[in-house]
Structures are given as C-alpha cells and as structure tokens.
Design a protein around this ligand. Structure first.
Ligand SMILES: [Zn+2]
Length: 86
C-alpha cells in the first residue's frame, strides 16, 4: 500500500529485542505486539527504556525553557535579543 501520507505511523524500539517496530499513530497508548519477537508493550511516542532518549527530552525541555525566556526578554526590551547559547 502506498498510502503512507494518509496513515500516520511512528517507530518504537521493542523493549525485548530492541528492533524498530512500526506502529500506527492510532494505536498510541494501546498494547501492541512486536513484529519481530511478538513481545507485547504499550505504544508510546516517547521511546522508553533508553537513557539517551530521556537525556534528549531533558535537553529539549531546557531549550524550550531558554527560548521562552528569550521571548520574554525580547518582548520586554523590544529589541532583538542575543541568541542564547544552550
Ligand atoms: Zn521485539
């Protein structure tokens, strides 16, 4: 089927075998079975069981916070603020 634009999918690493599992977005939060080892797990957009993912999320949160602060400062100063180096 070549209707990929119609069906939103994402990939998640299987908690058992670690392989990439393709999951339909409509199955988010549902229990899905790994296409490779048949392990069942909860489909979530966040890649779980990975330290790197958690660190990335933490970094992303900090970047968003810094951007919000920069926006606040820019609004106060009414001048283009310096880009904060994160
Ligand atoms: Zn698996």
């Amino acid at each position: 089927m070549m209707t990929s634009s119609h069906r939103v999918r994402f990939t998640q690493s299987c908690p058992r075998c670690g392989r990439r599992v393709e999951i339909r977005a409509s199955l988010l939060g549902c229990t899905v079975a790994c296409q490779h080892c048949n392990a069942e797990f909860i489909a979530s957009a966040q890649v779980s069981g990975s330290e790197h993912a958690e660190k990335a999320d933490d970094l992303l949160a900090r970047v968003e916070l810094a951007l919000k602060r920069a926006e606040d400062q820019a609004a106060l100063a009414q001048t283009p603020a310096e880009q904060p180096i994160v």
